[in-house]
Design a protein around this ligand. Structure first.
Ligand SMILES: [Zn+2]
Length: 374
């Protein structure tokens, strides 16, 4: 699809990537005073995550941990042996509950006797999902059927569920809470916690005014658009509205901040990227609204609209994320008054209401289907 590639290239060309190649797993690369970039592999189409190692006077802080996999542990051991200059890990900070971020938190905290720093929402959600307390089989099936997923596909979605507990090792029994707007000391400097919603319950990004550096986690990514989904444990969530509302917190930061994202490369051009992502979602919303309007009074379920947002072939893992993301767009359209929910026979159908006023150009770039909360 050369058009998509051209479009993606055009967007990337509007950002700057000042740090060049990524460090190979098991090595680190300095990107700002006291801050080092490392990468760990992931067993998905999205094949890597960026983690951050911050030097303290008496040790090191880790931001995000990698997925619970022997290979990740081996790379960590290499870093411990070669890069720490004999100093211990004294702090483990986790931006949010997804397995690539929190997966090895328990192992790292235990190995180094270090405290875990997370938001309340993400620590508790991780514990609850990992231990099967929420999102159990029956509520999941009801949610999927109510949104048009065919009965024979529900089983595919159910199989996907075991992945979370596999990717996340046992967590510490206690944690230190990160709170929006509150400070966190890292590397001898004051950082500020910025909470975003929609991708995870309470995703923590970290902002350091002294360094003009934002550790954005998954809230602002340079190339792919963050997966924003509605999941069975919160079936009426308006995740996309929440996610986009959070952009105002990032727009308040300097336009020339260095952004350290969890996937892709460190970049500058924060405000440009927020503009690109806003335009991307507006275009996706307009596409779905048009497709729903074309169906007249019959309307559409979220499942009906998955091929509108994701026309390419999806594997069994990707379809779970694609459906969650499509439903998030439906709920956002409902909140904005562009569609109306019409339950019929226990199934939620959406019909066109007020049209989107201005014409929004169609968007042909790709959404990321990355590891999420199930
Ligand atoms: Zn994530």
């Amino acid at each position: 699809m050369p058009d998509s590639l051209d479009h993606a290239q055009r967007l990337l060309a509007q950002l700057r990537f000042p740090h060049g190649d990524a460090p190979v797993p098991g090595t680190i690369k300095n990107v700002a005073p006291s801050i080092h970039w490392l990468r760990m592999p992931l067993p998905f189409q999205l094949n890597h995550i960026n983690l951050w190692l911050i030097e303290e006077h008496d040790g090191w802080a880790i931001v995000d941990t990698g997925i619970n996999m022997a290979e990740t542990q081996r790379h960590w051991e290499t870093i411990f042996a070669r890069e720490l200059h004999g100093k211990p890990i004294v702090k483990v900070v986790v931006t949010h509950m997804h397995p690539d971020h929190v997966g090895l938190a328990g192992w790292l905290c235990e190995r180094w006797d270090a405290p875990l720093h997370m938001t309340l929402g993400d620590y508790m959600s991780s514990q609850a999902i990992r231990n099967g307390i929420v999102d159990a089989g029956e509520s999941r099936g009801t949610h999927l059927l109510a949104n048009g997923v065919p009965a024979d596909k529900v089983e595919t979605f159910a199989r996907h569920r075991g992945g979370y507990a596999k990717g996340v090792g046992p967590l510490p029994q206690s944690f230190d809470r990160l709170i929006h707007g509150h400070p966190l000391m890292l590397g001898g400097r004051r950082w500020q916690v910025i909470v975003g919603r929609g991708h995870a319950p309470e995703h923590a990004s970290l902002w350091c005014p002294d360094l003009n550096v934002l550790i954005s986690g998954d809230q602002v990514l340079p190339k792919i658009s963050t997966n924003v989904g509605v999941w069975p444990n919160e079936p009426r969530a308006d995740s996309l509205s929440w996610f986009l509302d959070g952009f105002t917190r990032f727009r308040a930061l300097p336009a020339d901040a260095l952004v350290l994202p969890s996937h892709g490369f460190p970049f500058t051009g924060l405000h440009t990227r927020l503009d690109q992502l806003t335009a991307h979602h507006d275009a996706r919303l307009a596409e779905i609204a048009a497709a729903i309007a074309a169906r007249g009074e019959e309307g559409a379920t979220a499942w009906d609209m998955v091929p509108i947002l994701f026309p390419r072939h999806l594997d069994n893992n990707q379809v779970v994320f694609a459906f969650a993301e499509t439903l998030a767009h439906m709920h956002c359209l409902e909140t904005r008054g562009h569609v109306e929910r019409r339950p019929r026979g226990g199934v939620h159908r959406f019909v066109a209401a007020a049209p989107i006023p201005t014409s929004v150009p169609l968007d042909d770039s790709d959404d990321a289907l990355e590891v999420g909360p199930v």
